[in-house]
Design a binder for this molecule. Sequence first.
Ligand code: ITT
Length: 196
Amino acid sequence: MRLLVATTNPGKLREIASLLADAPVALVTLTDLPHIEEPEETGLTFQENARLKAIHYAGRSGMVTVAEDSGLSIDALGGEPGVRSARFLRPDAPYPERFAEILSRLSGPPGQNRAARFVCAVAVAHGDTILFETTGTVEGEIADAPRGTRGFGYDPIFYYPPYGSTLAEVTEEAKLHVAHRGQAFRALADWLRERP
Ligand code: ITT
């Protein structure tokens, strides 16, 4: 079966391709279908946005389509940036600027709560029908300062205590082993293998 991976984010696409490498599907990407416009992400939750994107691209491509919505949720900021992670400050804001803003908002008294999590909601659609959904989450903390050059997005400020480092300091394999997208796409790979 062909599966459209509907993301415009190259960091996500690299990780998803690696996670689905052994799944019984031939991956198609949006670069193969450049005429499809992006949907507006109006959902209030990661799951709503994942569904909305999957149905949008499935309808326009005629293909079974997987989409995911993901982001960083910081407890002390009331869950921000959350579903607005890609647009935090402004859509084209450089990540160092975003890190500085987040770190300054968390520069409270010592001992302040720095708990955060990455969430990845996945939805598979064919036409208007959602065939499969799952969500992966990884718990961590906002680091005191950005560290590491691997990964993408907010990885340099996401400290993962069991590794004693940020997710930008470890290999992609080590990140995917524990992180939100790894969990969600391994569940999708299992589902793809079990389908009749
Ligand atoms: P698509 O909607 O086209 O898939 P997008 O980047 O706009 O691409 P989202 O709306 O789901 O996707 O935003 C996700 C943002 O959350 C992403 O741009 C990063 O800033 C952040 N993010 C998600 N997963 C991440 C990860 O594994 N590491 C670091 N940051 C991540």
